[in-house]
Ligand binder design. Structure first.
Ligand code: NAP
Length: 292
């Protein structure tokens, strides 16, 4: 069994990006600039955004964090997005999800300039992805593809089962694994909460990508010997023995499933760090497009 070490691979990617940034600096050009908007003070969201800002510093990007209060109106947020859309200093930006209930998420995603949409959530970018056109691929699926690629995991002709159909992970993942190319050329089954007999489906899978957010959902009896397991789940579970009072748990019962798997991602240290690395990669791409 091989661990798909997202921490190590994401560090390699960050080093590669830092080298690109150095070249940009050596030419006396402006370095990539990523902005992040966060609305409210949800603990997990603040941690994610903090990691993204830290990652920018690590590779030499400029970063701007826009913090808005929990009571921010939709109009105020849309105005801020317009500002970032028009700011020539900003190459790309993200709006951290989830948003407070008074704000319509779809309206917000539609307001982001697709050329600065480094999360790849705008319908224009999502559509381009589905049509195999060059675009910003959402960071988590992009990170999973990169991880499979760097470990040389064969996907062609394999049966990939994706668990969860969210717009940011499961749905794009199912499209990408089924596209022509590598990684891709898989036969894909997309499962969700209405799927019947899910064990029957997962136990036929060569590759399982689990993105539902239910701790230890995927058990050893749901997996065939030699399967490749990618665990996207991140759930905070109360744990008084930890300094923070919680620990992070994935969707996969790692201790037992890892005994049957050929490759498996740990949680933490698997898909999470890859997501941040690919957001940086998309920002580098946004800067290139911006300069064209
Ligand atoms: P989400 O929007 O919460 O959607 C969950 C999906 O799981 C839905 O499609 C739901 O089906 C499906 N589902 C729920 N219970 C199920 C069951 N018993 N059997 C099969 N499918 C079931 O998910 P998300 O935003 O993609 O997040 C999923 C997990 O990944 C969360 O733990 C999240 O924190 C984590 N995440 C991690 C990263 C990372 O960088 N590692 C990035 C994003 C998300 P329905 O559509 O029928 O409701």
């Amino acid at each position: 069994m091989t661990i798909l070490d997202g921490k190590k691979v994401s560090n390699d990617i960050k080093n590669e990006i830092a080298a690109e940034v150095q070249k940009i600096k050596d030419k006396g050009e402006k370095v990539p600039h990523l902005a992040a908007i966060i609305v409210g003070n949800d603990g997990a969201s603040l941690t994610y955004v903090g990691s993204k800002v830290k990652a920018c510093e690590r590779v030499g990007f400029e970063s701007t964090l826009v913090q808005m209060s929990n009571t921010t109106s939709e109009i105020e947020l849309l105005e801020k997005i317009k500002e970032l859309n028009e700011d020539p200093e900003i190459d790309g930006f993200i709006v951290q999800l989830p948003l407070p209930s008074q704000i319509n998420e779809q309206k917000v995603l539609l307001a982001v300039n697709p050329d600065k949409d480094v999360d790849g959530f705008h319908p224009t970018n999502f559509g381009k992805m589905a049509l195999d056109m060059s675009t910003f691929i959402p960071a988590t699926p992009f990170g999973i593809l990169e991880l499979l690629d760097r470990y040389g995991v064969e996907t062609k002709g394999k049966h990939t089962v994706v668990i969860g159909r969210s717009h940011i992970v499961g749905r794009p993942m199912s499209i990408l694994m089924g596209r022509k190319g590598f990684p891709g050329n898989s036969t894909v089954t997309l499962t969700h909460s209405h799927t019947k007999n899910i064990t029957q489906i997962t136990s036929q899978a060569d590759i399982i990508i689990s993105a539902l957010g239910v701790p230890n959902f995927l058990k050893a009896e749901m997996v065939k010997d030699g399967a490749v397991i990618v665990d996207v789940g991140i759930t905070r579970v109360a744990d008084e023995t930890r300094p923070r009072g919680y620990r992070i748990v994935g969707d996969v019962d790692f201790a037992n499933v890892s005994e049957k798997a050929s490759y498996i991602t740990p949680v933490p240290g698997g898909v999470g760090p890859m997501t941040i690395a690919m957001l940086l990669k998309n920002t580098l791409l946004a800067r290139e497009r911006h300069n064209q």
